[in-house]
Design a protein around this ligand. Structure first.
Ligand code: NI
Length: 226
């Protein structure tokens, strides 16, 4: 499931974040990938241990924790500290799949990457190219969102970032280990959750919405792993 989550950060939060990260020291993005990724990745990143990245990443994690749509879609168990990347002057990231396991810097923790997220920190008119292209069973999707918006997609999908031919593309990206590892199950739970909410908005709480809510939770209980 691909999902656009609008307004994860406000315009003011994006502006403050950009001021902080733009002034930091950026390094070659190949530092955080395996050998296949290194062959196709041409961009810059903030180092994983950069204090600025850690501080700004915490702001993103707080925003996500308060966002009901992110919770409903990702069903997060744990999230890797967000990273930051930028592309300009033709930089690109060719077709790849994200590594299945990531370690959390400075901790013994490892997590399985179930859900990938890209949070845009620039507006579409700031650059040409730079579309995130996600390939799934329904075809190829091109994504370019307003600053502050996030796209969430299964980490199992092949994806690429098109060359940036004008201006600069600045984003945060991170991975979530979900309580429900299977994308199809997660997508069904999300559909069910959203439909129950719409029914509740239309009819108020009824015997039927209570029953459906119970079934949602029983499915989540059956499928979740910690
Ligand atoms: Ni990737």
């Amino acid at each position: 499931m691909l999902l656009h989550i609008p307004n994860v950060l406000t315009r003011e939060q994006v502006a403050a974040m950009r001021a902080a990260i733009d002034a930091a020291d950026w390094t070659d993005g190949r530092a955080t990938v395996g050998s296949q990724g290194a062959q196709v990745k041409r961009n810059r990143q903030l180092p994983e241990t950069s204090p600025v990245a850690l501080e700004q990443g915490r702001i993103i994690q707080q925003a996500l924790a308060a966002h009901p749509l992110f919770f409903a879609a990702a069903l997060p168990l744990r999230v890797v500290p967000p990273l930051f990347n930028r592309y300009s002057g033709g930089e690109t990231y060719g077709l790849h799949v994200d590594g299945a396991v990531r370690s959390v810097p400075g901790s013994p923790l490892r997590l399985r990457t179930d859900v990938s997220s890209t949070l845009f920190l620039c507006d579409p008119e700031d650059y040409d190219g730079g579309e995130l292209v996600v390939v799934d069973t329904y075809g190829t999707h091109e994504v370019k969102l307003p600053a502050g918006d996030l796209i969430l997609y299964p980490s199992t999908s092949l994806h690429r970032v098109e060359p940036v031919t004008r201006g600069e593309r600045v984003c945060s990206f991170f991975w979530t280990q979900s309580l429900v590892r299977d994308d199809a199950r997660r997508a069904m739970l999300f559909e069910m959750d959203q439909t129950i909410q719409k029914l509740r908005d239309r009819l108020g709480e009824t015997e039927e919405t209570v029953s459906l809510t119970g079934q949602y939770h029983n499915l989540l209980r059956m499928w979740s792993e910690t």
